[in-house]
Design a protein around this ligand. Structure first.
Ligand code: SAM
Length: 232
């Protein structure tokens, strides 16, 4: 269970609302049961159920069960897309282990606002489900030109380009180390954007194959491929 409280030995964590409902009514926890908690900063903790009431409870941290994870150094940068589809990207990116999710506004994006609270909730749920001890950093949306202008000199920018590029696995094998994937919106990148991305020193245009994938499929496939070759 993800909590906002900073965890540590003996720390009491009040739980109410949906998480309490899940523990009390779905999991049917009892006094003295152990629940695993993480706060995204200090690893995973075993906590004992105390003060169990109908709608809330208190968990008391007993001991650390796992250290904070060292997420593979991979960022997923993707244009905003429609609600259910960007939610799917957030969920799968978290499960696959990304360290950062960076929304990027592009000219052909059909969506220009994102509900970061909703995306955060999807990341939390995915992290709880897959046993991560940290959440991916969820960044505020930036414009494509700002992203490219400030691109770090020590990180590959794999650019998923449906008009052609190096075959995915070759590109990943020949460019090891810190990386990010950039995925376009439903309408793709426009030619000027494509040129600007290719002009970034660390950019590596990559093809994901002969078929045009939906943006969420491209994001998930690219992340899975990078994690297969580089992740833990
Ligand atoms: N503009 C395209 C069109 O309408 O033909 C579609 C763009 S596609 C739905 C969304 C994004 O997924 C693209 O901008 C690209 O980043 C990525 N993508 C999809 N298929 C790809 C492929 N075969 N190779 C590389 N990237 C791909």
């Amino acid at each position: 269970l993800h909590v906002e409280t900073q965890l540590g030995e003996g720390v009491a964590v009040p739980v109410d609302g949906n998480p309490a409902h899940y523990l009390i009514s779905v999991m049917r926890i009892k006094a003295d049961d152990i629940v695993l908690l993480f706060d995204g900063r200090s690893g995973e903790w075993a906590a004992r159920v105390r003060d169990l009431r109908k709608r809330d409870l208190v968990l008391e941290c007993v001991s650390r069960t796992r250290p904070l994870e060292d997420a593979p150094d991979f960022w997923l940068c993707c244009a905003p897309i429609k609600k259910g589809r960007i939610d799917l990207i957030a969920e799968k990116a978290c499960e696959l282990g990304v360290a950062r999710l960076q929304p990027v506004l592009t000219r052909r994006a059909v969506v220009d606002k994102l509900n970061l609270d909703r995306l955060h909730a999807h990341l939390v749920e995915a992290a709880e489900q897959c046993g991560r001890t940290a959440l991916p950093d969820l960044c505020a949306m930036v414009k494509l030109d700002a992203l490219l202008r400030d691109w770090p000199g020590d990180r590959w920018l794999f650019f998923a380009d449906e008009t052609g590029g190096e075959p995915l696995v070759d590109a990943l094998r020949t460019h090891p180390g810190a990386a990010a994937f950039l995925i376009g919106p439903e309408g793709g990148f426009d030619p000027a954007e494509r040129g600007a991305i290719r002009a970034v020193t660390k950019a590596v245009p990559v093809s994901l194959g002969p078929r045009i994938l939906r943006a969420e499929t491209a994001a998930i496939a690219a992340t899975a491929a990078w994690m297969t070759l580089n992740g833990d």
